[in-house]
Write a protein that binds this ligand. Structure first.
Ligand SMILES: [Mn+2]
Length: 356
């Protein structure tokens, strides 16, 4: 297990590299250039600047998140070839600076979604992100956008960048009539277009599950359970076609047995990295994000870490969204304290499993 921490860059994160470096056992970050729009090439100079900065802080930078896939690729439009060529250039540029894994998702229009970004937890006065499918039913798409923006403490949230949001209603209409099988066909075209470049450069693509893990707003989705991930993995047999196994996303769908999925895909060498977090359910499709510890949520965190230890012990791991505790404010889900606690809990369990 290589323990890392997500970092959004010096102007986009309340957490500093120095603070991350001081968390025992954390050896690297999962990075992100938050100003890049989907489809744009990540230029060498910008990557170099980011990676150098991380290295100077004494941390590794081998995983990059949210190299977003342009909507035209998911829609299968003729313009997709240009964006696939751009994506290949980004892969080559990232590889030159030591990136080994690129995390992406294939969710139409919406990236991750919550109905409250700072839901107060009455028991202890902390807050965390919250989702209630029933609240979604009363919201228009634009209501939802305003609610996500209003709760983000001024940060542009990955997947909710203003330039994406402007085009939202138009983009939504383009998906009318598009089926899951259509989306999967477009997914195959994308993978066939980029995976040869990945193999050349030694970079693995890690597909992040849908979040929450079921179709929303009538849009087709194909990343929400074992059946669909089996299909995605069989689209292209390249060893670079892998999964970012996010326990919180997959586990939001209570039909998913997360430890079993780790074993299933880990045994096939299809997991290259993991986001580990915990959830407390208040009902069906109604949950808040919890501390990483088993006692604060509904996941069996031991079973998750044990499965990882047994089938894919070399993966990159990071704590995922945490609560906001001890008065901290910042990017929703990405404060320092609760995630730092999460790393210590996960590493403690991992050490105990290794030594027992
Ligand atoms: Mn995740």
């Amino acid at each position: 297990m290589k323990m890392t921490f997500r970092w959004f860059g010096e102007n986009s994160d309340t957490v500093s590299l120095k603070q991350i470096r001081q968390i025992p056992g954390v050896s690297g970050i999962m990075g992100f250039l938050d100003y890049k729009a989907a489809g744009e090439v990540w230029e060498e100079s910008e990557i170099k600047r980011f990676v150098d900065q991380v290295h100077r802080a004494g941390l590794a930078c081998e995983v990059i998140e949210s190299v977003n896939v342009h909507e035209d690729i998911k829609l299968g439009l003729p313009t997709r070839d240009r964006y696939i060529a751009n994506y290949c250039e980004t892969i080559r540029n990232l590889a030159k600076y030591g990136i080994k894994v690129i995390i992406y998702n294939f969710m139409p229009v919406f990236d991750w979604l919550r109905t409250d970004l700072a839901h107060e937890i009455p028991e202890d006065g902390s807050n965390s992100m919250y989702y209630d499918e029933k609240e979604l039913a009363g919201l228009s798409v634009m209501d939802l956008v305003r609610s996500m923006e209003g709760g983000s403490n001024g940060f542009s949230l990955p997947g909710w960048e203003p330039e994406r949001v402007k085009e939202l209603e138009k983009t939504l209409s383009l998906y009318d009539g598009l089926t899951q099988e259509d989306l999967l066909t477009h997914f195959r075209y994308f993978l066939d277009g980029i995976l040869p470049t990945c193999e050349e450069c030694g970079v693995k693509m890690a597909c992040h599950p849908d979040d929450p893990c079921w179709p929303i707003f009538g849009l087709p989705r194909v990343g929400y359970n074992q059946y669909w991930f089996d299909r995605i993995m069989s689209l292209n047999s390249s060893p670079c076609n892998t999964i970012c196994l996010c326990t919180g996303s997959l586990g939001s769908n209570r039909e998913n047995d997360v430890p079993a999925m780790i074993r299933h895909f880990g045994e096939q060498n299809r997991i290259s990295c993991m986001h580990i977090r915990n959830i407390r359910f208040y009902g069906e499709r109604k949950f808040r994000e919890a501390a990483h510890n088993s006692c604060d949520g509904d996941f069996d965190m031991f079973a998750i870490v044990k499965a990882m230890h047994d089938v894919c012990p070399d993966v990159y791991v990071r704590p995922d969204h945490g609560r906001m505790i001890w008065g901290e404010t910042g990017r929703p889900g990405y404060g320092l304290y609760d995630r730092a606690l999460g790393t210590q809990y996960l590493m403690g369990m991992y050490e105990a499993i290794c030594r027992s």
